[in-house]
Design a protein. Structure first.
Length: 337
């Protein structure tokens, strides 16, 4: 483990005003995205859309890293250039999703445990050789009747910690992603309680495994009302409760927190991030690692037709710039086009 290198990459990813594009959708998930624009889920369509994002001129002013799906790490453009090389040429770090998805738990079928530890070290070594410099593993925690159980939180935290240690041993910066899902009718207070417990348990496990905290990034959910909750907390309450939760559970050595958007709209995700950064300074950088909240408008602009690339570039650039401003607490809805 090269601690100096891990810390340098983690810090560079959350450099002032920069964040991560999550373009690591699995092939079935990418199929759902393409279906929204009436396009087939082909390798060419998946490649062309992702390449449109990566080719956007000056996107590197706002995007420091891109999480890739395995297919994309080795995929080549029509001109024969590896997509990851396009990113590297802009000074953007390629990252890689390494988990094998969330599967129902044997002891609690309504809850999930993320798998993928088998052979992970060897895969990480290979991914590093292919240019990846960071990795991602997502655990999902569902709120519902009698759940999450302590067992589910503990099992996912333990797997996240083992994954993080394996990544660091292979010199990849691990993004630790314990996501408390928005699905459900729970209040923001319940989301807070579950999120804090999940984060505390995760950091206990990271410590047990000997994970080097200056060489990781945390990718949590925001503390937010359940999608079906009749009373939706406003932007300021989300910002205040999320920051309170992080202050109570995230050690200061962690260089950055890159939020997931988790089903929020593009502008909601930007507004919430902005509200937190406008509240003050923190021990860690507060940034973004958004998928849909960076891509949705660009996907519709592209529409499966490379004749629309100029508009696609402009739309993606704008969204990335808005989130960069939110990292400084300088975003306002008036800036939207």
């Amino acid at each position: 483990m090269d601690k100096e290198s891990l810390a340098a990459v983690a810090s560079a990813i959350v450099a002032s005003g920069k964040g991560i594009l999550a373009a690591d959708e699995s092939t079935p998930t990418m199929g759902k995205r393409l279906a929204l624009i009436d396009q087939e889920n082909t390798e060419v369509n998946r490649r062309d859309f992702r390449q449109a994002l990566f080719d956007t001129e000056s996107m590197e002013h706002f995007i420091s890293g891109v999480i890739l799906f395995e297919e994309t790490l080795e995929q080549k453009s029509e001109e024969g250039i590896r997509l990851s090389k396009i990113l590297e040429s802009k000074g953007v770090y390629p990252g890689i999703k390494v988990d094998k998805g969330a599967h129902p738990m044997d002891s609690s079928s309504s809850e999930k445990i993320t798998k993928g530890l088998d052979g992970l070290y060897e895969r990480c070594v290979d991914f590093y050789k292919l240019g990846a410099r960071f990795a991602k593993w997502r655990a999902v925690i569902t709120i519902g009747e009698g759940i999450p159980t302590d067992e589910c939180i503990q099992a996912n935290a333990s797997a996240l910690a083992k994954y993080a240690k394996i990544c660091q041993d292979a010199n990849l910066v691990p993004i630790v992603e314990p996501e408390v899902l928005m699905d459900g009718n729970h209040t923001i207070e319940i989301c807070y309680e579950v999120s804090e417990k999940t984060l505390r348990t995760t950091f206990n496990e990271l410590e047990k495994e000997g994970v080097y905290l200056p060489g990781i990034l945390l990718k949590p959910n925001m503390v937010i009302s359940g999608k079906e909750c009749s009373v939706q907390a406003d932007m300021n309450k989300v910002a205040q409760m999320t920051v309170k939760c992080l202050m109570a559970s995230v050690p200061e050595e962690v260089p950055g927190i890159v939020f997931l958007s988790g089903g929020q709209s593009e502008t909601e995700a930007t507004e919430h991030l902005n509200a937190m950064n406008a509240m003050g300074e923190y021990p860690w950088k507060l940034s973004f690692s958004y998928g849909r909240a960076l891509q949705q408008s660009a996907l519709h602009s592209w529409g499966g037709n490379n004749a629309n690339l100029a508009t696609t570039y402009a739309v993606f650039y704008h969204r990335a710039e808005m989130n960069s401003k939110a990292c400084h607490g300088e975003y306002s809805p008036e800036l939207e086009i």
